[in-house]
Write a protein that binds this ligand. Structure first.
Ligand code: MSP
Length: 631
């Protein structure tokens, strides 16, 4: 990140065809953290988010509901604004591509691109994915479906205006070379560079089959392609070409986006800007995608996470914390509510919550007295590291630093036992350290840090980091995080919402710095629940390969009188001959699952090493009748 006095951060503008979900919340929370962090540094910040309201997808969704597209969008825009408010997103502007100022800016940039000789009329033939509003060729498709969203594509033919993207190959490659931070993370930069090196095709910039879009200024038969329209939001919101905000904030410090829309942002957008002679942004950061329990999130799978439901259950700050702590920004991650609950309980309630509760309770009782800060509670190094990590968009590392510091505070409490010594200086040092930790944490968890600041009477301001805490009367803090009982409910992995108070819980592991990765705090299950699993010994009768699958075997397993077809990912570990006749443990009553067009009717058990480099089937060590129970 370049050092400037201003900071301009953007999120993608979201299609108002679905309510805010985990993915859109993720980018928006990350942008909010960056905006708050930079504000804290005293920078002039502009944080932009909004909605992308043109295009065929929205047009069709509105038709289905029998309303005008704008009216349709109006309703969903309300949902977005409500969600962002509840998630404590402090944006400076919410741009809608149906805003007049946006539409005008779009026409202007298209005019400039045209005047530069970069738009020409031609014929287009291709395959179109309506949900992604994108064209593909046969070669691009995966299993004959859209390579981005996996849905059906439709053949499409039309006269169109093309943008001469091919002309910008060298310009783009130079841009990437001269600005190694233009595309982040680096792996994504390499991907894009390689694709651009292979050559660039001109892009169809107009549509004529529907009219819900910005009118194409050169030829009114057409509307502009929704992406060319949408990308322009990043400057229309600043009142380009002559707005003060444009002068002040452009080029953007960073466009935060998900990895699926990197091509549009890292190739098409800078080429449009180059053509219109506008500076390119400093950085485009593509974050990874969330899955839920290993599966792609989709309405049809019924695994869509409602961010507001989660934030109501655990608190907005816990949700914000989890999303940015659990997965390095830039990598894919799996959303497991149990992992969230574990972090909420073990890190937020037990570490931060308990620290604040203990220190404020004792400070209320015994008072605090000014003292030099203890060496181990000096926060300078933590501040520097947090700052470094946030400048390179490593939210997880920044949070790790802050929580190591909180661990140090907890260790200090243990070692100094202020509840016995009643030492006011020790309590002052701790309160001072809590001030520092909260200031650093405030962009991530604004509500919680505000409460802590009220308890210890300090301002959330970067300058306060260098100043010793003012001595004042301190009142015991209210509970910051209510613990959530994690209880596996039948086989649905539900987490019940029995909040319980954690204050002064004697067994709370103060100073315990164990990292929680993935599933922690596995709950016990009742014997009756375990007994529901029908586990039996089966004998493998037949082993077949599946076309195109390099890991799977199709097994025919005889279990007593029954025959089961089971697909198992063991091809790399066993030959067919090794498997034939082998006895294995089979889960009989697992819901069937279709893979590669074949229905798998159960599962066989195997021991799997940590990195999945070894997979060994669990077999009885002596022959036994097939169909025997495993218990
Ligand atoms: N309208 C375009 C963006 C135009 S920007 C000029 C768009 N909109 S969208 O509503 O589909 O928003 C998508 C954003 O949400 C993308 O950044 C996408 O990567 C992100 N996510 C959608 N599902 C996601 C996950 N499961 N995980 C993380 N982010 C994901 O694209």
């Amino acid at each position: 990140m370049k050092t400037k006095k201003t900071f301009y951060v953007t999120t993608p503008i979201y299609y108002p065809t679905a309510k805010p979900h985990l993915g859109t919340s993720y980018t928006t929370i990350a942008a909010d953290v960056l905006a708050r962090w930079n504000k804290l540094q005293g920078k002039d910040v502009f944080f932009l988010t909004g909605t992308d309201e043109h295009g065929q997808k929205l047009d069709e969704a509105a038709k289905e509901k029998g309303v005008k597209p704008k009216e349709y969008a109006d309703e969903l825009v309300k949902d977005f604004k409500k969600a962002w408010k509840e998630l404590n997103i402090n944006f400076d502007e919410f741009i809608r591509t149906t805003d007049k100022k946006h539409e005008e800016a779009v026409k202007k940039i298209i005019q400039k691109i045209y005047e530069n000789g970069d738009l020409y009329e031609g014929n287009y033939e291709g395959l179109y994915c309506i949900p992604c509003e994108s064209y593909y060729t046969e070669k691009d498709l995966v299993d004959e479906k859209c390579p981005t969203c996996g849905r059906e594509v439709q053949p499409f033919k039309e006269k169109a205006y093309f943008f001469k993207l091919s002309r910008y190959q060298k310009g783009l490659l130079d841009l990437y070379k001269e600005n190694p931070e233009f595309i982040l993370p680096e792996s994504k930069r390499n991907e894009i560079m390689n694709r651009v090196k292979e050559g660039l095709k001109d892009v169809n910039f107009t549509r004529s089959k529907f009219s819900w879009g910005v009118e194409f200024p050169m030829d009114k038969k057409y509307v502009l392609w929704v992406w060319a329209d949408a990308l322009t939001n990043y400057i229309s919101a600043l009142d380009w070409p002559s707005g003060k905000n444009f002068e002040k904030f452009w080029p953007a410090n960073v466009h935060l986006i998900g990895k699926d829309i990197l091509w549009f942002h890292a190739v098409i957008w800078p080429a449009m800007l180059m053509s219109a002679k506008i500076k390119t942004p400093d950085t485009i950061f593509a974050h990874g995608w969330w899955t839920v329990n290993g599966q792609k999130i989709s309405k049809s799978k019924g695994n869509v996470i409602d961010p507001l439901e989660i934030s109501n259950k655990y608190g907005t700050d816990s949700f914000r914390y989890f999303l940015l702590r659990a997965v390095p920004f830039g990598e894919d991650g799996d959303f497991d509510e149990r992992a969230l609950a574990a972090r909420h309980n073990n890190e937020l309630a037990d570490k931060l919550g308990n620290l604040v509760s203990r220190v404020s309770t004792l400070a209320e009782k015994y008072g605090i007295e000014k003292a030099e800060q203890a060496k181990e509670l000096d926060s300078k190094e933590t501040t520097n590291k947090v700052s470094e990590h946030l400048e390179s968009f490593q939210f997880d590392k920044a949070l790790n630093e802050i929580f190591s510091f909180i661990d140090k505070c907890n260790t200090y409490v243990q070692e100094t036992s202020p509840w016995i010594t009643k030492d006011k200086k020790v309590l002052y040092r701790l309160a001072n350290a809590i001030k520092d930790a909260s200031i650093l944490l405030s962009p991530f968890m604004p509500e919680t840090c505000k409460k802590i600041a009220q308890t210890f009477n300090f301002k959330i301001d970067i300058k306060e980091l260098d100043k010793p805490l003012k001595v004042s009367k301190i009142k015991k803090a209210d509970i910051l995080f209510k613990k959530i009982d994690t209880e596996v409910n039948n086989n649905q992995d539900k987490i019940t919402n029995n909040k319980k108070e954690n204050i002064n819980k004697p067994s709370a592991p103060l100073g315990d710095s164990k990292e929680i990765v993935g599933i922690a705090n596995m709950s016990t299950i009742k014997f009756d629940d375990f007994a529901k699993i029908d586990l039996r010994v089966g004998t493998i009768k037949k082993v077949e390969e599946i076309e195109g699958a390099d890991k799977l075997y199709k097994l025919e397993i005889e279990v007593g009188k029954e025959k089961k077809i089971i697909l198992a990912g063991i091809k790399q570990f066993y030959t067919k001959d090794e498997l034939k006749g082998k006895q294995v443990a089979v889960i009989m009553n697992l819901e069937p699952r279709k893979m590669r067009g074949v229905e798998s009717q159960g599962m066989i058990l195997a021991a799997v090493s940590d990195n999945h480099s070894k997979v060994i089937l669990l077999s009885p060590d002596k022959k036994i009748d097939s169909g025997s129970k495993v218990q």
